[in-house]
Design a protein around this ligand. Sequence first.
Ligand SMILES: Nc1ncnc2c1ncn2[C@@H]1O[C@H](COP(=O)(O)OP(=O)(O)OP(=O)(O)O)[C@@H](O)[C@H]1O
Ligand SMILES: [Mg+2]
Length: 355
Amino acid sequence: MTAPEQETPDQAAGGTTGGSTGGSTGGGTAAAVRREDVGLDELRRRAEAKRDKAVYGQDSVIACDQVVRIFTADRVEVQALQGLDLLVRKGDLIALVGASGSGKSTLLNILAGLDTPTAGTATVAGCDLLGMNAKERLRYRREVVGFVWQQTARNLMPFLTAAQNVTLPMQLSGERWSAGRAARRSARAHELLDALGIDHLAGRRPAQLSGGEQQRVAIAVAMANNPSVVLADEPTGELDSETASSIFDAFRTVNRELGATVVIVTHDPMVAGEVRRTVAIRDGRTSSEVLRETLTDEHGRESTTEREYVMLDRTGRVQLPREFLAALGMEHRVAVDLAEDHIALRADDRGGDGS
Ligand SMILES: Nc1ncnc2c1ncn2[C@@H]1O[C@H](COP(=O)(O)OP(=O)(O)OP(=O)(O)O)[C@@H](O)[C@H]1O
Ligand SMILES: [Mg+2]
């Protein structure tokens, strides 16, 4: 689950004492006096503030906290992201699904460093996506993330061969040309193409490749500088289902064998059904997620269990499935009761506006 972890007592304590005693041995009394000076309530408040900062997204390579993105077109505001929370752990491969217009591409563009949030915080591999200057942003896009778009043509330079397309990002982010460096880059390009099963196509230009082959080259390009995270926006959208499946295998290779964390936006139920974690976005927020687990029984038979969870955000809000609300005629407000091991929601049976 992605619910923010609670602090350990050590972390909370570390938050209060850190930096206050100056490391003096036998300084317990002095520290205690100093603590008294600022007041216990104040210390608790500071500890909590520190704890929240330290804990949220601590083990995550992607951490979005209340991300908002508002577009203004023709003086009309569109809230594409409305306080989106998302944590993705290092080494994960997740699918992002949601209706058209729910904010998937907006989120991916932000994570790719191509757009900035209007509010909130977002970090990827320790880079603060709101705080980067132009130079840092360029380095971020070249080295920290790789991306693959739906349109095969957008991913590759048409006049370069597959191998040249893969070496290009290395040249752009690397030092000056030298024969040794060029040889190393070329070797890496071939290694990547080989890992994706297309090294025999290294000398072809995009126009001489099928859509699926082009997408696999695009994945190699995305991996050229060994990024922490690979983002893909509908990478199989233009492909038939068999080819789509081979592209998905390529992402799995990148994830398992080359160690990249992968986020794939997809409408393809097959892709969404194969990953361990599928996160759904609704109206600019993460609304639910499906976690899958494959278990092997004593006869070696595999079975997959699936469970859908609704996201609980940091302020305690949940977005309930529309069909559940419709089934019980719930709207506007619900009665909330605490039970021993669950919270019960009931339709407001008082009718009217209840005032
Ligand atoms: N540059 C922009 N200017 C104005 N509005 C925009 C802009 N980009 C996106 N939007 C709006 O933001 C909302 C989210 O768009 P987004 O492209 O993120 O959706 P999506 O989930 O990727 O949809 P799809 O599945 O159709 O690709 C939509 O209402 C869209 O019209
Ligand atoms: Mg989109």
